[in-house]
Design a protein around this ligand. Structure first.
Ligand code: 13P
Length: 249
């Protein structure tokens, strides 16, 4: 019912030649795949090359997006600029943006609204830190990230928004949430989305898991009822491992 989405977040990696080579390999790996979506989010500088090298079977996303179409916003990128380069989506509220660049739920809410206004699908990232998990506040934190990040947002259909659960303690650490931990949170996220949007929209919305997803753990994660895809960092930078993740069983 929910079409799986396998997304590679390249973060601040790869120059244009390397990006082009990896994108071509991903395009090849995604060729003939009809029952799931494959997406890459390269650095802005590589978007044009990746669009060309990956081919039409691969979706593209920006790693961030501003809420305005143009103006005095040094260092930001407009939704229309991303669309011009062939992006269908934009990652918003990644934990690295929150932790290293001070982005708040309020600012992230502006980004979500801006993306939607210009027809770009936001991939809203949420996740608790290790300290928050150990303090037993995981659900409180996630609920606030969802409610504040999505304040004022109305949706006509479930495919206008993607949510990614990325526990901060699992990002780049090699320490994945267990499949049971992921499922527990994803079910909570879907329930919270159900309080914000119509039930059938929440039921159809894709919720991705991210945090040390790799070829060895993807199958079990994807078997969980509410895990609809993966947002992959490190393992998306190597053609063989990302190919295996695309072809999860
Ligand atoms: P890793 O897969 O490297 O843990 O990164 C996850 C992530 O942050 C994807 O957005």
């Amino acid at each position: 019912m929910r079409r799986p989405l396998i997304a590679g977040n390249w973060k601040m990696h790869l120059t244009i030649p390397a990006a082009r080579a990896l994108a071509a390999a991903v395009g090849k790996a995604a060729a003939g795949v009809t029952d799931r979506d494959v997406l890459i989010a390269p650095p802005f500088t590589a978007l044009a090359a990746v669009r060309e090298a990956a081919g039409s079977g691969v979706l593209l996303a920006g790693q961030n997006v501003c809420w305005e179409e143009q103006g005095a916003f040094t260092g930001e990128i407009a939704p229309t600029m991303l669309k011009e380069l062939g992006c269908a989506m934009a990652i918003v509220g990644h934990s690295e943006r929150r932790q290293l660049f001070g982005e708040t739920n309020g600012l992230i809410n502006q980004r979500v609204a801006g993306a939607l206004k210009f027809g770009l699908i936001p991939i809203l990232c949420i996740g608790e830190t290790l300290r928050e998990r150990e303090a037993g506040t995981t659900f409180t934190v996630l609920e606030a990230q969802l409610k504040e990040g999505l304040a004022g947002v109305t949706l006509a259909s479930a495919d206008q928004l993607v949510v990614a659960y990325e526990p901060v303690w699992a990002i780049g650490t090699g320490k994945t949430a267990t499949a049971a931990q992921a499922q527990e949170v994803h079910a909570f996220v879907r329930q919270t989305l159900g309080s914000l949007f119509e039930k059938n929209i929440a039921g159809q919305m894709r919720i991705l898991y991210g945090g040390s997803v790799n070829p060895a753990n993807v199958d079990e994660l994807m078997r969980q009822a509410d895990v609809d895809g993966a947002l992959v960092g490190g393992a998306a930078l190597k053609a063989e491992s990302f190919e295996r993740i695309i072809h999860f069983q």
